[in-house]
Design a protein around this ligand. Structure first.
Ligand code: ATP
Length: 266
């Protein structure tokens, strides 16, 4: 196994009185469905204010990890912290800091775009007036303000995804996790969504965990975690992971790490 490590936050803590708390810290997490082990002693760090790609083939365990981070499942073995808040002990605080975009579509197709944004905002305790302002601003940012009153089912798949991302951000979380958000979208929608999310990191310092099986969604400046058959094979800056795996780029590094997985990500 080759593992480039992400910079140890304690190094910075020694120099800086305000320690840098990782956006997400996963330690020794295992999860099984009956006899099938989906995650095996997984540890990883999602650095604050960066884009981290969680790269893995189908069945690697990405969705299982998301389900544990977002507390759909209880963490029975190991621990998960969101900005220093243990998900199992302080779920309210941890989840308040988290925005989530699930792999399956979760918009209500029969109500308007605006109502899809306003209802979850109410669940987060955001007042109606404030929610309207935030929803309007969010739709403006993704160029869909003119569609606010339309039924969601009249939008394209890419537009729906962008609304889901806007919705996940309405309570102004500091960490955004997205499970394969570009699956099934065309090239233009895919790059619009990547641009939208990368701008959040650059302009607002939101930390992003982006699960994907697509190598072309990873850029050299990203952090990356390679998950394969429930285990973390490498993590750190892309350049370090590539070097430590003896590859020339992320594709060759992925193949080297996974031992020539039958189906390398596209
Ligand atoms: P994909 O990219 O296909 O969504 P993934 O990386 O998200 O894959 P998971 O969905 O977490 O991977 O699956 C990890 C393993 O756990 C797989 O072997 C899968 O078959 C199994 N698994 C996932 N969910 C369940 C479930 N509800 N019951 C039983 N086994 C499951």
């Amino acid at each position: 196994m080759s593992a480039a490590t992400i910079a140890d936050p304690t190094d910075d803590a020694a120099r800086d009185p305000a320690p840098i708390v990782p956006a997400i810290a996963v330690h020794g997490v295992s999860h099984a469905y009956g006899a099938r082990k989906a995650l095996d002693n997984v540890s990883l760090t999602v650095p604050a204010s960066r884009f981290t790609a969680l790269l893995g083939l189908n069945g690697a365990g990405k969705t299982t990890l998301f389900s544990l981070i977002t507390r759909l499942y209880d963490t029975r073995q190991g621990s998960i912290d969101v900005l220093g808040h243990r998900v199992s002990r302080e779920p309210g605080e941890a989840l308040r800091l988290l925005g989530v975009v699930f792999q399956a579509r979760t918009l209500d197709l029969d109500i308007s775009v605006m109502d899809n944004l306003l209802y979850p905002a109410a669940l987060h305790g955001i007042g109606r007036r404030e929610a309207r302002q935030r929803a309007h601003a969010a739709l403006q940012e993704i160029d869909l303000v003119d569609r606010a009153r339309e039924q969601v089912r009249k939008l394209s798949g890419g537009q729906m995804r962008r609304i889901e991302i806007a919705r996940a951000l309405l309570h102004q979380p500091r960490v955004l996790v997205l499970d394969e958000p570009t699956v099934g979208l065309d090239v233009a929608s895919k790059s619009a969504i990547l641009r939208q999310v990368r701008a959040l990191v650059r302009e607002r310092g939101v930390a992003v965990l982006w699960a994907t099986h697509l190598l072309d969604e990873v850029t050299p400046g990203d952090a990356v975690v390679v998950l394969h058959r429930g285990r973390v094979l490498a993590s750190g800056d892309v350049a370090d992971v590539v070097t430590s795996a003896g590859g020339t780029d992320m594709r060759s590094a992925f193949i080297a790490l996974t031992g020539g997985a039958p189906e390398a990500p596209a």
